[in-house]
Write a protein that binds this ligand. Structure first.
Ligand code: FES
Length: 123
């Protein structure tokens, strides 16, 4: 008798404890993505965390001025290399040399006070 194999998804990749990110602040973590290991920007607001690739659309540099240290002003993330400004909420560049472009979103979630990588939708 055939048995249907359950569709089990692998456990989520834990990126860091939520409290490693100051509320209203940001940090950088390394994550294993489909294309290999990448640095991610994690931006926290309360219990919500947004994730972006730590790659500036202008010249491909990291946005932090030191590992995990980002320039933040109100709702804006500022690239430390040439000063492009990005909305925290959607990664849109609102000023600077790559105005109109976006940071690449990486879906993350919070599970049991840990920030985890969300799996890409499976077929
Ligand atoms: S690399 Fe970010 S503004 Fe130039």
């Amino acid at each position: 008798m055939d048995t249907a194999s359950p569709l089990e998804s692998p456990p989520p990749q834990v990126l860091c404890p939520l409290d490693q990110i100051p509320d209203g602040g940001a940090t950088a973590v390394d994550a294993m993505l489909a294309d290999g290991e990448e640095s991610l920007i994690l931006l926290r607001q309360g219990e919500q965390v947004r994730g972006y690739l730590n790659i500036c659309p202008h010249a491909g540099n990291r946005l932090d001025y030191a590992p995990g240290k980002f320039l933040l002003k109100n709702d804006t993330l500022i690239c430390a290399v040439h000063g492009a400004t990005f909305n925290r909420a959607d990664g849109l560049c609102t000023g600077g040399p790559c105005r109109g472009q976006h940071l690449r979103t990486v879906p993350v979630c919070v599970i049991d006070d840990a920030v985890c990588l969300e799996h890409a939708g499976s077929a």
